[in-house]
Design a protein around this ligand. Sequence first.
Ligand SMILES: Cc1cc2nc3c(=O)[nH]c(=O)nc-3n(C[C@H](O)[C@H](O)[C@H](O)COP(=O)(O)OP(=O)(O)OC[C@H]3O[C@@H](n4cnc5c(N)ncnc54)[C@H](O)[C@@H]3O)c2cc1C
Length: 448
Amino acid sequence: MAMPSHAKYLIIGAGIHGLSTAWHLAAQLEAKGLGGGKDVLVIDKGGIAAGASGIACGVVRNNYYQPAMRELMAHCVEVWESDPKAFSYHPVGYMQISPEPMHADVATIYEQQKAIGYDSTFIEGEKDSMAYMKGLFHDWQAKGITSVLHEKKGGFANNTASIYGLAKKAEDLGVRILTGAKVTGFQYGHNSEAVTAVVTDRGVIECDQVVVGVGPWVNQIWNMLELPKEVAIKGPDGKLHKGIPMWRYWCLEEGTLGVDPDLQKTNDGGPPPVIHVDTDAPLHSDVDGSLITDEMWGIYYKPDLNFGGIQGGAMPYVVETPVDQVAVDPYGPDSPDFIVGDDFAHMWCSALAFCQKRFEGQIKHYKMNEPSGGLGCFTPDSFPVFDRFRENVYVIADSNHGYKMIGVGKLVAQELINGESALLKPFRFSRYAEGKLHPTSHSPFPWS
Ligand SMILES: Cc1cc2nc3c(=O)[nH]c(=O)nc-3n(C[C@H](O)[C@H](O)[C@H](O)COP(=O)(O)OP(=O)(O)OC[C@H]3O[C@@H](n4cnc5c(N)ncnc54)[C@H](O)[C@@H]3O)c2cc1C
């Protein structure tokens, strides 16, 4: 594609957010008689699905302790359900299987799911939880479980296929997608803060509105936009805590057990829901019985033809390197630093065996020769920031919650054309200074 010199809407990033925004902007501009896809340009330094969206495990769930996240996810699930084929979406459901310290949190989630009409079943008590799980998987054996939340909606989607599905929807409406063009800076107006042009390694593109959907690279673009590197957060104590870094990296640990995906069928031979287990029961090695951890831990897994086996992950870890020095590129499986190693394989496969007898002794099938895992860039409270900066720059920073958030682009498009979205409002940057923080749960994951 020839290098354009101007775009009304210039979107940086061809991942889930950039492409969903592009598709919906095109549709909504056309519906309102304000233009259409020809006004929307997506640019990416790599290609379509070159970032986190292209390597995501692909889990789609509603299970969030924060009411605003749940409502937003219910909206996103509707978008997934709008075209499962195009999005390679498998609505098999999702299960949050939890220990006693999380019982009350998950009970709240269930109550609020009922309130918003999101179909789920909640089982309480150790005996009933075990019976429910054995009703699905005869070999269930996880210990320390006192509640099971079974979401009947949600499930998973195939990462790259879904992003190409989104790209096609956008392109069908006339959106242009320019790949291999890296944003290296911005030009600003003389009398305003607004961006007048985006500088790339292939030339300058003037624009009226910028949308940033760059996933793990958000810190780089944030710096180019000269936005604050630190924030002040008003805590529950009413005090302003200053000097909190705006961004930090976590490394997500995921992998695949290279067995027949059909190994993980339900008792009736059907496709199983995505399983997420957290527990405070000690985890022992499936190889030699040694103690792996006696602290709260968690894993998730699903059979996946795309990955070729049972695919899933465990808790991520914090990257201690100062944020500006973290080597985001090469990204994902190409990174020499941020891929999983033997420790992950040992822990995750032992945890699978802890949950279901069918996984005992299967660690030998773990796909060590296929690098996996990747970086995520997190906000100070690990929840998304969806907001406008510099008058005409809309930043979509999902704090790594985001593959499932296919519907955020629809709401961003609405905000760009029509004004505020109630679903996005709780995710403004100003919440830090105002102390309007989301409640936190007892989950061992930073994004629950
Ligand atoms: C291993 C892993 C597993 C995950 N699993 C899940 C999951 O199961 N469910 C879930 O909901 N979320 C999951 N996530 C999180 C999710 O993948 C991300 O939150 C989401 O994909 C971010 O989407 P995005 O569109 O913002 O960014 P990305 O998909 O990362 O896309 C950003 C794009 O921006 C481009 N870009 C970056 N910098 C520039 C620049 N300077 N100029 C031009 N282009 C640029 C990149 O090339 C890239 O293509 C996972 C994340 C990881 C790392």
